[in-house]
Ligand binder design. Sequence first.
Ligand SMILES: *Cc1c(COP(=O)(O)O)cnc(C)c1O
Length: 303
Amino acid sequence: MTDIKNSLVEKVFFQNRNIYIKRDDLLDSEFSGNKARKFHYFLDHDFPQIKKIVSYGSNQSNAMYSLSVLCKIKKWEFEYFTDHIPSFLQANPIGNLKYALENGMRLKLFNECSYNELKEKNSLSKTIKKNDTLFIPEGGRCETSRYGISLLAKEIIEFKKENGLKVLYIFLPSGTGTTALYLQSSIIKHNDNSKVFTNACVGGKEYLIKQFFALEKDEKYHPSVLDTKKHHFGKLDCKMYRFWIELQKNLNIEFDLLYDPYGFWYMMKFLEKNEISKPVMYIHQGGIKGNVSMLQRYKRKCI
Ligand SMILES: *Cc1c(COP(=O)(O)O)cnc(C)c1O
């Protein structure tokens, strides 16, 4: 896999509303979702000096898995730092961790010194090259992500034209906010009037807006952030689990469990509350390889 093709758009009917779903989860069986968009830049360019990628984040991160695929394709070493790994997971890896390890990732635990150095690098929101090693910030929160997300913006604008839509309201849930930010700014730079809405799944609204400013100083390129209740990232919420099941039953689409139930839920609430009748698109950003570990936890807790 070295080529990312236009992802398809599906039209679904849910709670009395037509919704377009941009199926970025189907871009490729291995390299999919918004992490494929973010790391597309590295696929399309040559890096003759680079032999190794270093990144860090959680032990079930979608970015970690996607970087392992990228490194396999590019024949790069991949070193990934995380701050904790439960012994049961280490003994019996599942989900993203299992597949990333199978792709040759070397998992490393922080020690005090590496932690401070990596934290500092990570806060800069950009890739850092040192000799033959490239450091990529957590979740691909860096300028290089703009390249692939701009291609996503182009596909959406093309779709809108083909379907004679005057305006499009685009929704996607945020972690670092990188995808939503670069999507809205690329749309504006392509002179299109589509509006991007997002909700914070990590931290709250203020944290998310701070993330936008770290990547783009000019507020006019920022997406709109929906008002949502604060929740702890990764914390189980049975209401959201049941909603995820309802989505799957009604739309016959498997969504991710960490972001999508919240994104879809708050989108529906927002559309209803503001009586919005304009065409709506939801972006499926992949990540379903991580569902197995979330499902284990959810099945224990909720019925
Ligand atoms: C990484 C990820 C997100 C968050 O993307 P950001 O660009 O960090 O906001 C959302 N959904 C899925 C499925 C992801 O893997």
